[in-house]
Design a protein around this ligand. Structure first.
Ligand code: COI
Length: 359
């Protein structure tokens, strides 16, 4: 159990007047959580303090060798009783431990991670949006703070959490998006860091994303890094395909991010009687299904993206259009069920909702 010190701001910022124009991750709340790691004290000095810039030495390890990682979560305001609540925060805490292990970053106990998130959200609870579809996006991250140019694990670290009241991740909102199947660049390969949420994975993806955006695509679909044959994930979400009644998605075997929304959707789909195949799915088979009419739905899953329908896939000049450009029934049911539980419109039969405080 952390003994968290709380120092409140004396100069609170104005909250956004129009919640329909929040965008994603553009404005930040009044406070942030900080905790430091040193070899002699371990993780220590947990505190919620006024949001402020960091002062950093130009030789700080993270700026050169990217030894860092992050998480993505949301806090929701229940429409039923105004409670501020989280969705499966312990899953993010566990994933951060797995990422930390790979990145040689000292582990933070899951219960401390969840306590830290709750403490910050409670202090900034008035920033949790009130309108439908908007939430408080939470960004925990940890980074190396040693000063020096040697390439080795840092000895010192900072854990920080910031929050941004946000709307939909895509400009399209829940409207189906166009996805470009990337056949030149890769995101991950066995033995690398694909399963971690480290910034380097995202840095390496930016060029492909920018080129796809120029052609009007929302994001790219990554293929496996060895044969460029099997579907893996999309820039900011996992991806699922409904083909002839069954749901297919890449297995989490090291190159794919183990999404919390991904695993929740898989559980719901299985509860509803769908067969979910986690394994290798060749892009050629997806395109074939698109042409022979058996590709019924394609959707992404992610904390930021929630459940996001895909209406078009383009691979090496071949195009398939899915569901006549409309959101499919399974995608819609998943979206309604996930957001229903998160915003307290539906009962939480799964025990996934964790209350933080009264709103
Ligand atoms: C999330 O869904 O929380 C993410 O971290 C994706 C992203 C915006 C990079």
């Amino acid at each position: 159990m952390l003994d968290i010190k709380i120092v409140k701001t004396t100069a609170p910022k104005a909250k956004p007047a129009d919640e329909s124009r929040l965008g994603f991750g553009k404005i930040f709340t009044d406070h942030m959580f900080l905790m430091d790691y040193t070899p002699d004290q371990g993780w220590h000095d947990p505190r919620v303090v006024p949001y402020a810039p960091f002062q950093m030495d130009p030789a700080c390890v993270v700026l050169h060798y990217a030894q860092e990682l992050f998480e993505g979560m949301k806090a929701y305001r229940s429409v039923t009783d105004n409670t501020i609540q989280l969705f499966r925060p312990e899953c993010n805490g566990e994933r951060m431990q797995n990422s930390s292990e790979r990145m040689c970053i000292p582990l933070i106990p899951v219960e401390d991670y969840v306590q830290a998130v709750k403490a910050l959200v409670e202090v900034d609870k008035d920033w949790v949006p009130h309108s439908d579809g908007a939430s408080l996006y939470i960004r925990p991250f940890v980074f190396a703070t040693d000063v020096g140019m040697g390439v080795h694990a840092s000895h010192n670290y900072t854990f920080c959490i910031i929050c941004a009241p946000s709307g939909a991740y895509y400009a399209e909102g829940i409207d189906p998006v166009r996805i470009y199947v990337e056949d030149e660049y890769i995101r991950a390969a066995p033995g690398l860091t694909g399963f971690t949420k480290c910034g380097g994975n995202y840095a390496a993806s930016i060029k492909a994303g920018a080129e796809a955006e120029k052609q009007g695509f929302a994001q790219v679909l990554w293929l496996d890094g060895v044969e460029k044959k099997y579907v893996e994930e999309v820039g900011s979400m996992n991806i699922m395909f409904k083909i002839a009644g069954k749901i297919y998605t890449a297995a989490c075997t090291g190159t794919v991010l183990p999404g919390v929304t991904r695993r929740s959707c898989i559980e719901l789909l299985k509860d509803w009687g769908y067969e979910v195949v986690e394994g290798k799915l060749a892009i050629a088979d997806v395109m074939k299904a698109g042409h022979d009419g058996t590709l019924e739905e394609v959707f992404g899953t992610g904390t930021a993206a929630v459940v996001s329908p895909v209406k078009e896939l383009d691979w090496k000049g071949d195009k398939v259009f899915i569901g006549g450009g409309k959101i499919g029934p399974v995608t819609q049911k998943l979206y309604d069920t996930m957001t229903g539980m998160q915003w307290g419109k539906l009962p939480d039969n799964k025990g996934w909702i964790v209350p933080v405080c009264a709103g």
